[in-house]
Write a protein that binds this ligand. Structure first.
Ligand code: FES
Length: 159
């Protein structure tokens, strides 16, 4: 088995930081036009030595194994980085120990980079006053969008 595939297999055997971050400060979702796969990344920031740095990053992938392996590596690499430092990271740097991606898999790394940049674009400049207001996947399902008035069915029936 070639070296790259065995590293991907190792990463998939114990993927890091998979799943929703309930108290995240930012979330980014992208889809790949090449293959239709999707990846979502959550970022949680903290203050350290007077700088605002990434405390935790997590992901959910609806796609290929390479994207999952890269996202696992990337979410580990991001810890302790400022938003500016994270934005500087290219897809090839986010692969970490996996090394360079084969040509057919480059877009898998770009999917991870895209989700990261999307999350960074939505990162507030200052800490959010109420972490519970951060967007989450489950929160998105529970919170009605816009001003929806909920009317009990009994009120709608003619008297
Ligand atoms: Fe679609 Fe890898 S094949 S992200």
């Amino acid at each position: 088995m070639d070296d790259f595939e065995s590293k991907v297999r190792d990463a998939l055997a114990n993927p890091q930081n998979q799943g929703e971050l309930a108290d995240a400060d930012a979330v980014g979702t992208v889809g790949s036009p090449d293959c239709g796969d999707m990846l979502r990344m959550w970022l949680k920031f903290t203050e350290k030595d007077g700088k605002r740095v990434i405390d935790r990053a997590s992901f959910q992938a609806f796609g290929c194994q390479t994207a999952i392996a890269v996202a696992s590596m990337a979410t580990e690499l991001l810890k302790g980085k400022t938003a500016e430092e994270a934005r500087e990271l290219s897809a090839s740097e986010l692969t970490g120990d996996l090394g360079p991606l084969p040509p057919m898999k480059i877009h898998c790394g770009q999917l991870v980079e895209g989700a990261l940049k999307s999350a960074l674009d939505q990162t507030p400049a200052a800490p959010l006053p109420a972490p519970a207001s951060a967007p989450t996947l489950s929160g998105g399902f529970q919170r009605p969008a816009g001003k929806i008035r909920i009317v009990p069915l009994d009120d709608e029936q003619p008297s």
